[in-house]
Design a protein around this ligand. Structure first.
Ligand code: BEZ
Length: 395
């Protein structure tokens, strides 16, 4: 090597060392800066209580770990999505582009989730779904950066029909709100009910979040089915349970539900809720140490009883803690982060669950009945139930 070339290569090496040492503090800075968490949830409207419960559960999980994620302080950014699908993309974009969140936690409503899904797929931001069960999010539109900690809409209702037939209720009317959550809950119900030998007399619906149930309840009374099965949740579930009793149907035609029907509403509906049988991945009375400890801590912190939405928020926190710890707070280490999230076993108040290949929980579904304003477990309706993940091709 000529002396001129030796000088040049030595100076190139020096420049390289200098730029690496200039870069290192930047990387360390990025990891020591606050980790930005976006919460996109409904804080108004029929699902407002669901949004609050999810945030409560999420924050409780983080606080139990000292309030940090992978050693980093947290800064929260919040958007009220109003359960309004038309604003889904705009609201998710605010969190991703304006607030530059490292992780987007949201949401409740399946239609709004489709907006988040688009933004998550386009931007690559880590997206954790703490409720919305829309099939596409972990089926045809699944993505490496999207993980769900709740359910697919058909998961809780898939085992409901067999439980109804076992109780001698072979002719049912189905009633729901007409949007993805109701339609897909029906899909699961129909599959299980028909397979168990049941028949569906009529499928009734009204637009979300309409609560004018009167005409439909009159129609149910005239149809005289063995039972009614439904999907409603939040404020609308309170009204449906109350109206069902007020119409004189309670005690005459047994009411069954996707378990969301009786979550977070039992104080409000009082005696009208007693005896409703449902299927869900959680029950208040689950007698496992993890659930007992969770319920005590939640009641102490928030002066409220937790429900399935609080559990899902809590589990979203647990999953994020697991991922952030695995990469020591470096959320840009995507390969290691996703690997950790995919292989997590979440020790949840609902019982332990794992992530399916399409990033949706594999979990037990419980058969429950409302007794003394509590969702009591009366059986396991399905063990380690996984969603099909149909059409999910992870890049
Ligand atoms: C949904 O829109 O996906 C949903 C809303 C409330 C409870 C369960 C599912």
């Amino acid at each position: 090597m000529t002396s001129r070339r030796r000088v040049l290569s030595r100076s190139a090496a020096l420049i390289g060392t200098a730029s690496i040492s200039l870069l290192l503090p930047a990387i360390t800075r990025a990891q020591s800066a606050k980790l930005r968490v976006g919460l996109m949830l409904p804080y108004t409207g029929t699902y407002s209580q669901l949004g609050v419960a999810i945030e409560n559960g999420f924050r409780m999980a983080i606080e139990e770990q000292g309030g940090k994620l992978g050693g980093r302080e947290i800064e929260y950014f919040k958007v009220d999505d109003e359960s309004e699908p038309a604003k889904g993309i705009e609201n998710a974009t605010k969190l991703v582009q304006r607030d530059k969140v490292d992780v987007l936690v949201g949401t409740v409503h399946s239609g709004v989730q489709m907006g988040i899904q688009k933004v998550a797929r386009d931007s690559g931001v880590l997206s954790l779904i703490p409720n919305a069960g829309v099939h596409a999010a972990t089926r045809s539109l699944c993505a490496p950066n999207v993980f769900r900690t709740s359910f697919t809409n058909s998961q809780p209702t898939r085992p409901l029909g067999a439980a109804m037939v076992a109780r001698g209720h072979k002719k049912a009317v189905w009633i729901t709100w007409k949007y993805a959550a109701g339609d897909e809950a029906f899909e699961g119900f129909k599959e299980g009910y028909l397979a168990a030998g049941g028949s569906i007399v009529k499928e009734l619906s009204l637009p979300f979040p309409n609560v004018e149930f009167q005409a439909l309840l009159t129609e149910i009374a005239a149809l005289k089915p063995d039972a009614v099965a439904c999907f409603f949740s939040g404020g609308g579930a309170v009204k449906f349970i109350q109206d069902y009793a007020a119409a004189g149907l309670k005690g005459k035609i047994p009411l069954y539900g996707s378990g969301f029907l009786t979550e977070g509403v039992l104080d409000a509906v009082g005696s009208a809720g007693e005896g409703i049988v449902s299927t869900l991945h959680y029950a208040d009375s689950l007698d496992i140490p993890r659930n007992r400890a969770f319920r005590l801590a939640y009641a102490k912190t928030y002066k409220l009883q937790p429900d399935v939405f609080a559990v899902q928020g809590y589990d979203t926190g647990l999953l994020l803690i697991h991922g952030a710890n695995a990469v020591k707070g470096d959320m840009n280490n995507k390969a290691a982060l996703y690997k950790a999230l995919e292989s997590a076993t979440i020790d949840s108040p609902r019982g332990k669950w794992t992530m399916s290949k399409s990033h949706n929980p594999v979990q037990d579904i419980y058969l429950r009945v409302v007794e003394n304003k509590e969702n009591k477990v009366i059986g396991i309706a399905a063990k380690a139930l996984a969603d099909s993940g149909a059409g999910c091709k992870m890049a």
